[in-house]
Every structure is written in structure tokens, then in C-alpha cells.
Design a protein. Sequence first.
Length: 488
Amino acid sequence: MQHVANWALNTAAVRGASYADVRVVATRNRALTTKNGKVGNASDAESIGMSVRVIADGAWGFAASSELGRGAVEKTAAEAIAIARASARVKREELQLAAEKPAVSEWSTPYRIDPFTISVEQNIDLLLKIDAELRSVPGITLAEANLNFNREEHWFASSEGADIHQTKLSTGAGYAAYAFAGNEIQKRSYPNSFGGQWQNKGYELVEELRLVENARRIAEEAIALHQADQCPEGNFDIILDSSQLGLQIHESVGHPIELDRVLGMEANFAGTSFLTLDKLRTLRYGSDLVNVVADARQEHGPGLGTFGFDDEGVPAQCTPIITNGLFTGYLSSRETAHTIGLNRSGGTLRAEGWNRLPMIRMTNISILPAEKPLTLEQLIASTDHAILMQTNRSWSIDDKRYNFQFGCEIGWEIKNGERVRMVKNPSYSGITTEFWNSMDAICSHDEWTLWGTPNCGKGQPQQVMGTGHGASPARFRGIKVGSAFHGS
């Protein structure tokens, strides 16, 4: 890989680049699903390629190749230079790259069991066991289960002298039970919806999740939802479980703090932001209890947004995003740092694979738990009347990330500190800043989970990336509930 980097960097230098970097990325992905007792799909794919990013005449150029021979690499670097020179003809302003000391480093995800040492047969056997447990409950009409394993090996080198080698390993597992009856489908997922739980871990994650042991309970809840009352409509206090709060953070904090959206450089997928630059350190984003960080460091946990260095060689950092309710930070890159008065990038530039241009992406955007001990059961016990909502089912948010609506799979009405009944089709809506300002309690670290979102889409052509979101269950006062199901 050293040769590949040298060929590309030398070609870029000879042709007049003021800056160049090279990424070589090798990936392996295993994805397995089962559906009602049969294998749904099974794939084990590998990919390798390289890309060159350059600055010439004060503009960016980018090119990529799946060929790693000298001729192909030099041609790719020359193409990147040609694209930069063409781009320079229409540039509006000079590029400013924040300084970064070039790193020479090795980094890899800590793990106990390499998932690729577990056979596909064993993987499918586990999925079919889960499937059988789910469908042993009468009334379950569809059972789906999945396992995913990813390994990404990155080599990064720059004309400034950076030389970084990283290996990232991630595991994902989950399942869902559907029950179709009358004119209604009810669904329960474990340990989360849309693919379950994903973390930067080895196969040990699958063992920790106790997938088979929870399957029957999940299926029974899907059936019970058909008999449950419709979630009441009106203004209520709500308690969100940690996985739903994780998605709330993703949509109403994570995306609007991406500085390329704020600056109008990127607007795909409902993609601008209400967080204009004048709001930094002036906007009251939430109540005093709301503390959110963007933390890519290993000590934050095994999140899908955890790494050693981003894709322009900047080390993982922790950036305070909301501090005691005040909006204090954006996700930034070397190019955008100066727009918010920083002399250093926040280290959030990442790309999906070798053939995509890196862009600002969420790392682990997490809400910090309460310091005083508070369990979910204690939070429920201290609540007069509320709806507890668990596991996301649907979401909708406007293109500035301001007005939103979420539906969950299951709800519980709480009265006088106790769960009194299950309710179906719970949903809630609000305005981002009003919602976060209504938070009046959050559970402590024992209830905190770092959830993985493997399928965050951004950009055009679309890039799908993994992000992490740590959260504990939290209570919000006076929220509009039931708006998604008028007339049902």
C-alpha cells in the first residue's frame, strides 16, 4: 500500500497539487437474513480500491479506481488534478484548510471474537432458531431475522506526511415479529427496529444480546398489541426509551449540526438546517438537563461512529454539541472549521468505501446520562400520567430538521407511577427546540445504551454510513401525542 500511496502522491506533486491525500480501502461484508423458516438472503462480499483527493489552483479534485497497479494509480491521480483545475475555473472563494499535525499511526477496533471465524452454517442455524421461537407464538404471520458483519481496512497517506492504517470491525443483529389481523399489522422488534443493534464489536455482541431468549416475549407483545387500546390523543407527558431517544437525537440534533448542511454545501435527503451560524452559543436548544456530545473516541464506547482518525487524518475527538441546554458546537472538517472560528477540524469527515468523496458525517452523537442514580422504573414511579413509548416504527421531519413526527411500536400508559395498560400505535410530534426544552428527567448511566444506526443516508450519489447514539430513557412534558393516527 506504501507503493500505491507514493505513486499517487508523487504524480499529484509533479502535476502541481498544493495538497493531496490517498485512501486505500478494503472491505468485507457478510449479510444473512431469514424469513419464515427459510434463508432470505446470504452474501459474503469483498471490495478493494483507492481514491485520490487533491487541491490544485485552489480547488478540490477527486478520482477513484479499483485498479491498484502503478499505471492505474498514476492515471487516477492525474484525473483528480484535471478535475481540480476544471473546478478552479468556477470557484467562488479560496479554500482554507485548518492545520493538522500529520499522524503516523495504527488503530483497530477492540474485539473478542472475529465474526468471520464463525461459519455461515452456524449463523444461519442461530437465525432459524430465533425464527422458530418467534413463529411458535400463534398469530405471528411474518418473522424476520438478520446478522451482519463488516470489516474495513483503511490506509491513508497525505502530502503533509500522514501515514495511518486502521481496521474497523462491526457487528449487527436483530429480528422482528409481525402479526396481521383484521385490517391491521402490528410489529415488535428486538433489540431495536430497522436491523436491531449494531456496534463496533466482534461476534461477542451477538452473544450479549440474548437473541433467542427474548424472541418469545417479543412475539407475544406483537400479538397483544392487537387487543390493546389505541394510544390516546392529546397533550401528555411522554417517556421515551433509549433506542427511540437515540433516533430522536439522530434526526433532530445529529443532522442539523452537520456544518456542510448549514453552509448549503449539501442538501440531499431533507438536507438543510435551522441551526444557522448566528445560533452558535446563543440558542437555548434544550433544558439544563440536555448535554449532547459528538464523540468518536474509543473511550465513549463501541459505537459505529468510533474510529482512530477520520478520512482526512484528523484524530477522533469529543465535541460538546449542547451544554446544559445551550447550543455549543457543529460537526466540522478541515475545510469548514474556519467558518465557525475554529483553527482545527472536529474530525468528522468520512466516506462510504473507496470510491466516494469524504463528507461531514455524524460520529457518536450521544446525550449524557444523569449523574444522580435514576432507573427507568424510578422514573416511571415519579410520573403521574404519561405515555411510555418504545422502539421506533416511523419518522418524518422537515428539511430544516425543525418540525417532526415519530411513531413507535408499543406504548404503555402510566398513571400514579405505574404502568396501567399497553397502548398501540403511539406517536408524538413537536418542534425540535420546544421538544428538547421540555425534557425534565433523564435516567443515569446504568440505563444508557450506545445504539448503532447502520443506514444513515446522505449525499448524491448516496453514501450510507454507520453512526452511534448513546441515550438513557428520558421524560418530556406536555408533548402532542397521537397525531399520526387521526381517524383510526
